[in-house]
Ligand binder design. Structure first.
Ligand SMILES: Cc1cc2nc3c(=O)[nH]c(=O)nc-3n(C[C@H](O)[C@H](O)[C@H](O)COP(=O)(O)OP(=O)(O)OC[C@H]3O[C@@H](n4cnc5c(N)ncnc54)[C@H](O)[C@@H]3O)c2cc1C
Length: 538
């Protein structure tokens, strides 16, 4: 049952990990009236929408969950190191039920615009299903990776077969048996989906624009003794991931790759490769992402692995990334990805060597002057990351200024959580916060708790509005850019840089803090402790 009153203390947009916890945290502060709007039919966000074959998290299950329900941490049994989408969705449904979250949520409802009224200091929120509502606080929990990117391929409307985007996969799935299938894209999603689709399809053709550096996931059941030990020390796990660099129990090797001997490096690389998961990317030498020479050593190791796994040297060469440093794009985790290209029913069409996609035809795809025939095309072309779903909210702040105008040259925020000129608006895992560079539940929980405490503080001290000062915002943006400028990250055409979307301003979207999520948490806490330094409150 949804609350029928139309004036709320807070409106939360989105019911994934972020929106669910935001509701719970605000509800726990006495007397707040809250409404959560969600475009999907239920909770789950990412795990409601992404139903493609092979969809699973790349974070390990014991840290890819809520840590605020300590009892559930003990009770819930994950089936694998990286559970599949249905299991994560089941988990989130269970959390919603256990904490009675749905009574304040309205599903199948998209927020279409929101504007701040300077006379009442309230937000007016519009949806595609009904009357406007007002709220003192507007909290976006719209997801960094939820605005589907389907590039405008010429001729798509002519295609007579079936097509879909991985993030809008049909509920009952698609039967690929005996079908000629195309997968467009080779990012983290495609790397999960391709081995699964190849097992069913008669013929699978993969269209690659940029080859990725993938490390093995090494999925499987987790040793029960290990599970027991982690559960016995969950307080320690939570403490460590919260103060870590990227929200995992990894620490980088505290030396330069260049200072290690060749034998020592090989041993360390082998250890990380064998451990699987994000170890190779997050527990590597500390200068992997800041020193090109060190980076080359890591990259050469991965390239050697690809050459060993992929039997046809021409195909291996196409799969070897070129022209950007390793670890500067979202690293996909591989479960039989490279091996899949050894199968006879799998063909790789590489834009650089074979020619890129020219158009979709009635019967397939034309690329590099050649026609390929398909029954089904799967677009694994990712998202308009970090800013897409925020811009789609059509937000108007003070003086009617529009977010899309203010952000025309790229996002500008204070701490990734607040935007000057948009009072009482909080952006959970917004641009210029660690967000997608971390194990996201850790960053989500940190933002949610900070926002809930901030609102609580405002109510207790009789404040009506809070907003970032333009000066604090300018300094934060400069800091974000300065830090990333010291690394190799801007050298890749990654979605972190907005480079996957034609016309999107080239700017680094998340925050790569010098001390990671732990250091960022301290900064945010320090801002609060100093009376919300950098914010103006009235
Ligand atoms: C395939 C995939 C795998 C991933 N794997 C990992 C992983 O291993 N580890 C990790 O840390 N992160 C991973 N992520 C990132 C993942 O998005 C986060 O971990 C987490 O699920 C984000 O939760 P959220 O609630 O912030 O956003 P989301 O889960 O994206 O939820 C946002 C919700 O907001 C809703 N929404 C947006 N706009 C509106 C609107 N205008 N009106 C109403 N509703 C709206 C959307 O419908 C969506 O349901 C993955 C992402 C994808 C796509």
């Amino acid at each position: 049952m949804v609350n029928t009153a139309q004036n709320f203390d807070a409106v939360v947009v989105g019911a994934g990990f972020s929106g669910m916890y935001m509701l719970k945290a605000l509800r726990d502060k006495q007397g707040l009236k809250i409404r959560v709007y969600e475009a999907g039919e239920t909770v789950g966000g990412t795990w409601y929408w992404n139903r493609y074959p092979g969809a699973r998290c790349d974070s390990e299950s014991y840290v890819y969950c809520f840590t605020w329900d300590k009892q559930l941490l003990q009770e819930w049994q994950w089936s694998e190191r990286y559970p599949e989408q249905p299991e994560i969705l089941r988990y989130l449904e269970h959390v919603a039920q256990r904490h009675d979250l749905k009574r304040d949520m309205q599903f199948s409802t998209r927020v279409t615009s929101a504007e701040f009224d300077e006379t009442t200091n309230l937000w007016t929120v519009r949806t595609d299903t009904g009357a406007d509502v007002t709220a003192r606080y507007l909290i976006t929990a719209v997801g960094c990776l939820s605005d589907t990117n389907l590039p405008p391929f010429e001729g798509l409307e002519k295609f007579r077969g079936k097509w879909c985007h991985t993030s809008r996969f049909p509920r009952g799935g698609i039967d690929f048996t005996a079908k000629r299938v195309a997968v467009v894209g080779t990012g983290a999603t495609a790397v999960q989906a391709i081995p699964e689709i190849a097992q069913q399809a008669k013929q699978l053709t993969v269209f690659q624009r940029t080859a990725n550096y993938c490390a093995p996931a090494r999925n499987g059941k987790v040793d029960p003794e290990r599970v027991k030990a982690r559960k016995a020390d969950y307080d320690g796990v939570v403490r460590r991931i919260r103060s870590s660099f990227s929200g995992f129990e990894y620490s980088a090797i505290p030396k330069s790759a260049l200072d290690a001997t060749a034998e020592e490096r090989e041993r360390e690389f082998d250890r990380m490769w064998d451990a699987g998961g994000f170890a190779f990317w997050m527990a590597n030498y500390q200068d992997m992402r800041s020193n090109q020479e060190a980076n080359d050593l890591c990259a050469d190791y991965v390239k050697g692995k690809i050459r060993k796994i992929v039997k046809d040297p021409l195909v291996a060469e196409k799969l070897i990334p070129k022209g950007y440093p390793c670890g500067t794009k979202r690293p996909p985790l591989d479960s039989n990805y490279y091996e899949t290209f050894n199968k006879e029913n799998v063909l790789l069409v590489d834009a650089n060597t074979d020619g890129g996609i020219e158009e979709i035809t009635e019967t397939g795809i034309r690329a590099g002057g050649r026609e390929y025939q398909f029954d089904i095309i799967v677009f694994a072309t990712g998202f308009d990351a970090m800013t897409g779903s925020l811009k789609a909210l059509n937000l108007s702040g003070r003086g009617g200024c529009k977010l899309e105008d203010v952000w025309a040259d790229g996002p500008r925020t204070y701490l990734g959580i607040s935007i000057a000129g948009f009072p009482n608006l909080f952006t959970i895992t917004g641009p210029q916060s660690p967000s997608v560079l971390s194990n996201m539940p850790v960053s989500i929980e940190q933002h949610v708790e900070w926002v809930a405490n901030c609102i609580d503080n405002m109510r207790k001290t009789g404040k009506t509005t809070i907003e970032a000062t333009p000066e604090a915002q300018v300094q934060w943006v400069a800091h974000v850019n300065e830090i990333v400028g010291m690394t190799l990250m801007p050298r890749a055409n990654s979605w972190y840089m907005g480079a996957n979307i034609a016309g999107k301003p080239r700017t680094f979207l998340p925050y790569l803090g010098p001390e990671g999520v732990g250091g960022y948490r301290k900064k945010c806490d320090d801002v609060a402790a100093k009376g919300y330094k950098g914010f103006e409150m009235t």
